[in-house]
Design a protein around this ligand. Structure first.
Ligand code: AMP
Length: 136
């Protein structure tokens, strides 16, 4: 896997507002925050996204997300947070190094993240069946 901008942050080759670091993960402020305090949690190991990450690396990242989410929330006086992650370009991934966004939320009316719809009759059952089949 090629280096990304996050590799450069991990190596301190470019500046970032780092808020936490341990052996396997690092967290820093997103340069273009959805809301103030928007923080990214990144494994130091170079993995592209959920489709190639191993359990241990993902567990380390989620441990860090759980550890720092309350600190991010409290630092900006928020009442909640999105824990969001984009996987592949089709889903909006721009930096192809796994990361989780912690986006503090003060109020539900600030913005809405994704639209919702209703399934046509029968579609939900058919899709659920295909997912179970894909799982083997
Ligand atoms: P994604 O669309 O999930 O791949 O999001 C990548 C995120 O990385 C975006 O929210 C960017 O604002 C953020 N980002 C890109 N470059 C940097 C950087 N040098 N420092 C901090 N955040 C960055």
């Amino acid at each position: 896997m090629e280096d990304t901008i996050f590799t450069k942050i991990i190596r301190r080759e470019i500046p970032a507002h780092i808020v936490y670091e341990d052996e396997g993960t690092i967290a820093f402020l997103d340069a273009k925050p959805a809301t103030p305090g928007h923080t990214l949690v990144v494994p130091k190991k170079q993995v592209r996204n959920i489709f190639d990450v191993d359990d241990e690396t993902l567990a380390a990242v989620m441990r860090t997300v759980r550890k720092i989410a309350p600190a991010v929330r409290d630092a900006v006086g928020a009442h909640g947070a999105h824990i969001n992650s984009n996987h592949e370009a089709a889903a909006g991934q721009i930096v192809f190094h796994l990361h989780f966004h912690i986006i503090p939320r003060h109020d539900r009316s600030e913005f809405s993240f994704w639209p919702q719809s209703d399934y046509p009759p029968g579609d939900a059952a058919a899709i659920a069946l295909k997912i179970r089949q894909a799982l083997g």
